[in-house]
Design a protein around this ligand. Structure first.
Ligand code: PLP
Length: 393
């Protein structure tokens, strides 16, 4: 006997993986250059040279100690550097003891959700959303409630949100810049969210934590602001990742930040650490704790994401697609040209365009384009997008 839940998770067919495998089969038939794979969110630009230099330097200077265990919550020097960086950049007032270093944002989210969840607790997120939230929340023994999308701008439908929030709500998960829409929540949206959460926390007599999932925080386009949420809402816990900003998703490095102003912050931090212990998420990779903390004020050359996004938005709109303007990350989430996004994605395959249906992100009638790809691939894909649109006329 094995766990039914884990068996289900381990054998479920992922739409993205299926598309990826289909793409490989097609490439063998029509040639790699004729398949336009917009399915995966793997950064397309290399890590900054400083990352590779830091790896080499650390290995040369510290060859024996670097492979040792660090403390469970991460090396003190690395945590201090993360704190210094946020204090400098956002006028924060955090210290090393507010950080729990993790293997990426995925583990950071799991530590926070497991650390907070009590029987009967619920978490709320806003569609379109990263589908793993459901797996992480349910894995923590809680329930995920999804607010339907506000499809004109992918900000927040507050009326629908207020209908879902109740005394069992333990936390809210936000992700801005967003996967899959690329949209950045405006300061106005976040302030309104904060004021509702303050009011509801007071009414229910317990804090409602705002979990800010921030792998795309640094990937923001001209004219957009990604507000620092802990200064907008006091009970904010940050889950950060270096996967996208430093183009190193395979090295698995991120952190949880529990600022001291959070209600019951020392207990929350201790529970996050306890969850890390119980999940086996202690001592994130030692070498990369050092590398990321030395490089946390820089990013890869992310300019190509903005130019890719601009090109695609302009061209797709001129072909008749409805696209909400992205403010960051490297995703677009246009409306599918028929209500059934899965049928649309199937039809796109006939044009060798690999596009992910929106239903899995909680927003049927849309599709996701991951444009972390080479610009020339986008150029070559444009006639295919046009032909796909024309096939609906
Ligand atoms: N959250 C969102 C919104 C993501 O898009 C991703 C990865 O794509 C993650 C979390 C997980 O990131 P990590 O690689 O840091 O585990």
């Amino acid at each position: 006997m094995v766990s039914e839940r884990m068996l289900g998770l381990g054998t479920a067919r992922s739409v993205i993986r299926e598309l990826f495998e289909y793409g490989n089969q097609r490439k063998a038939i029509v040639g790699a250059e004729n398949v336009f794979d917009f399915s995966l969110g793997n950064p397309s630009v290399p890590a900054p040279k400083e990352v590779n230099e830091a790896i080499i330097r650390i290995l040369q200077e510290n060859p024996d100690a670097i492979h040792c265990y660090t403390s469970a919550q991460g090396d003190l020097t690395a945590r201090q550097r993360f704190a210094d960086s946020l204090n400098r950049r956002f006028g924060e007032d955090c210290g090393p003891d507010d950080f729990y270093i993790t293997v990426g944002a995925a583990a950071a989210l799991c530590c926070v959700l497991n650390g907070l969840s009590c029987p009967g607790d619920e978490f709320i997120t806003f569609a379109p959303y990263f589908p793993e939230y459901k797996v992480f929340v349910e894995g923590a023994g809680a329930a995920l409630k999804v607010v339907p999308p506000e499809i004109e701008g992918f900000q927040i439908d507050f009326e629908a949100f207020e209908a879902l929030i109740n005394e069992h709500t333990k936390g809210i998960i936000v992700n801005s810049p967003n996967n899959p829409s690329g949209v950045v929540y405006s300061r106005q949206t976040l302030e309104k969210l904060a004021s509702i959460l303050e009011e509801k926390s007071a009414a229910y007599g317990h804090p409602i934590y705002l979990i800010s999932d921030e792998p795309y925080r640094e990937i923001v386009f001209a004219g957009f602001e990604v507000p620092w949420i802990p200064q907008i809402y006091k009970d904010t816990i940050v889950c950060y990742s270096f996967s996208k900003s430093l183009s190193m998703p395979g090295e698995r490095l991120g952190y949880v930040l529990v600022p001291k102003r959070v209600t019951d912050s020392r207990n929350v931090y201790a529970a996050v650490a306890g969850a890390g212990r119980s999940l086996g998420y202690v001592n994130a990779p030692s070498l990369f704790q050092q590398v990321t903390s030395l490089c946390c004020d820089m990013t890869s050359d992310i300019s190509v994401y903005e130019s890719n996004g601009k090109l695609l938005v302009e061209e797709l709109r001129s072909m008749g697609y409805h696209v909400v303007q992205p403010g960051g990350a490297f995703y677009l989430f246009p409306r599918s040209l028929e209500p059934d996004d899965k049928a649309f994605s199937e039809r796109a395959k006939e044009f060798d365009l690999l596009l992910v249906p929106g239903a899995g992100f909680g927003a049927p009638g849309h599709f996701r384009i991951s444009y972390c790809v080479q610009p020339e691939m986008i150029q070559r894909s444009l006639p295919k997008f046009r032909a796909l649109a024309e096939s609906y006329r």
